[in-house]
Design a protein around this ligand. Structure first.
Ligand code: F1P
Length: 290
């Protein structure tokens, strides 16, 4: 399927994004600017991760919002619209409502789309566009580009990504009926995106929470058919509490972007196990145009 091809191509698209990042810095907010990232669906979760990464890097006050929920009010120097398709109605409506005085960037996978007319500058990651409805490499490639701009240490992302994606997945999806993804800081957006992949590609039950909030209620439904994956740093007492429910806990020391790619593989494996086509999920289209 196309989704798998796109998942497997990620080390290449990450490497290209990092190589080109110095010329793209302005799209992600100049140092000191007050920035708002907007998106829908996958792109809303990317927006959340970008806001956390940028603010924690000390580059300026940064917010993220679902485009559908945002209302003009707080003042920003720049609004950055994240949208693979460049056609999503809520994004176009938010940019139209934003007023003329704020600078605007769009980051898309396709050039000359409706969003392009509403912004000053459009970064087009065309090499990360996708044929699958389900987004995989566009969000991770955008994140790799942003991390480079924000000075995040990318380590050996490309090599480690290649090795991990070439190795067997190591998860028997027949054992699990409930998938939980936990994250903290910028990886909370990744956890939400991972859980969305399970729902979109495999129509299965998944949830996501800030890591330490999981014990504040949601852990009550964890059990022997739950797979709980923790992105980023792991709190041993949280692992012990989750394991006490009978759930399987998955942690590793991989770069969180590679952990997300592994979650994408789990979603595809689960779809195949259920006899579903991950490329064209029921009820989903490439973008929502109202
Ligand atoms: C956003 C999005 C996707 C979702 C679905 C509908 O699209 O919500 O994340 O998987 O296909 O559209 P875009 O604004 O990033 O093009």
């Amino acid at each position: 399927n196309k989704t798998t091809t796109e998942i497997q191509s990620q080390p290449d698209t990450w490497a290209r994004a990092i190589a080109e990042s110095s010329s793209n810095a302005a799209f992600f907010g100049l140092p000191g600017e007050r920035v708002l990232f907007l998106g829908c669906g996958t792109s809303a979760f990317v927006a959340e991760s970008l806001a956390s990464l940028r603010e924690r890097a000390g580059l300026g006050e940064t917010d993220a919002a679902y485009a559908s929920e945002w209302e003009p009010g707080r003042r920003y120097d720049r609004i950055v619209a994240i949208t693979r398709s460049g056609t999503t109605t809520e994004i176009l409506d938010a940019l139209t409502a934003a007023g003329p005085e704020v600078a605007r960037s769009a980051i898309t996978a396709v050039a000359d789309m409706p969003v392009s007319d509403l912004v000053d500058q459009n970064l087009v990651l065309d090499y990360a566009d996708e044929e699958s409805v389900v987004q995989t490499r566009f969000p991770t490639t955008l994140l790799a580009a942003a991390r480079a701009v924000y000075g995040y240490d990318q380590g050996d992302l490309e090599r480690s990504g290649r090795a991990t994606l070439a190795a067997p997945l190591g998860v028997d999806v027949a054992r699990f009926s409930h998938y939980v993804y936990l994250g903290s800081g910028w990886t909370y957006g990744l956890a939400q995106e991972a859980a969305l992949k399970i729902r979109e590609a495999a129509q299965a039950w998944s949830e996501s929470y800030p890591s330490l909030d999981y014990r504040h209620g949601p852990i009550a439904v964890a059990g022997s058919r739950s797979l709980v994956t923790i992105f980023g740093p792991v709190d041993p007492s949280l692992v012990a509490d989750v394991e006490a429910t009978g759930a399987t806990v998955r942690t590793d020391s991989l770069d969180p972007l590679i952990q997300l790619a592994q979650a994408q593989r789990i979603a595809v494996a689960l779809a195949e196990h259920e006899g579903l086509d991950p490329d064209t999920p029921r009820g989903l289209t490439r973008s929502v145009v109202l």
